[in-house]
Design a binder for this molecule. Sequence first.
Ligand code: NAD
Length: 282
Amino acid sequence: TSESYLVGLIGDGITRSLTPPMHETEARNHGLHYLYRPVDLEVIGRPGEDVGELLRAGRDLGFNAFNITHPCKQLVLDHLDEVAPEAAALRAVNTVVIRDGRFVGHNTDVSGFAAGFRAVLPGAAKDRVVQVGTGGAGSAVASALLSAGVQTLHLFDVDPARAGERAAAMAELFPGQQVAAATAETLPELVRAADGLVNATPVGMHHHPGTPVDPGLLEARQWVADVVYLPVETELVAAARARGCQVLDGGHMAVGQAVDAFRLITGVEPDRARMRAHFLDL
Ligand code: NAD
């Protein structure tokens, strides 16, 4: 067909994001004309508050969709005509599809993490899970874990107020399940008793080495998930693997959010395994 796609990523410092090449390569494999451009707020000298203005400009210039990232995932909500239920509940949007001039928001961070969790850790025990990090990625992951059926979720953050607020918000969204904040004192005991541990802090990134939790607490019966994907094999993932744990690396969430966004934008089913393989090559 002659249909073509023009897509952008709006966020701060995203010029080298791996999402544009993931989309463009997958599109090429489907024979689609698809351009995906970073719109880096840092480069163009615009604040996050301008996201609505940028969206409207993009619509007028023929863009089909935008991915939205830090610091605009909440700010963008004020500018949408429609928001998918999951994204509305979380009050965070990472994908805006433009249809007939209307802006429709989705959250594929949530669905993307959930898809990886289902695929890579299919039999994962879900009675008790500990998650460290309750910022942007953390709120998407907590929501995905509770949707997946985690019964008791403990949230820890070096910022205790943030962990407390997030736990309260999640408890309200998932009234049948237990969500509580953990403290630095209770964390080790909670990790020992957990079925699974999730890292949603930046600890483990190239410029942020280390592990957010002592991996010595982990046993082979537990599963470990990470959202950090630079590198894909974080110190936590490597240590957990070495201890015999099943692991879900952060690449699955990064690919998962792109898979779900690509499908929303094009209506074409992407090849998840091919996108993962390409992502690992980037
Ligand atoms: P953020 O700043 O919004 O949140 C990070 C949170 O971690 C903060 O609340 C901070 O207080 C907390 N924190 C930092 N160090 C901690 C520690 N040692 N122990 C406990 N809590 C700690 O950042 P974000 O946007 O949520 O990103 C977090 C990480 O997730 C980054 O590495 C980012 O690259 C990654 N990420 C991955 C994906 C993906 O698709 N895989 C998507 C988004 C973000």
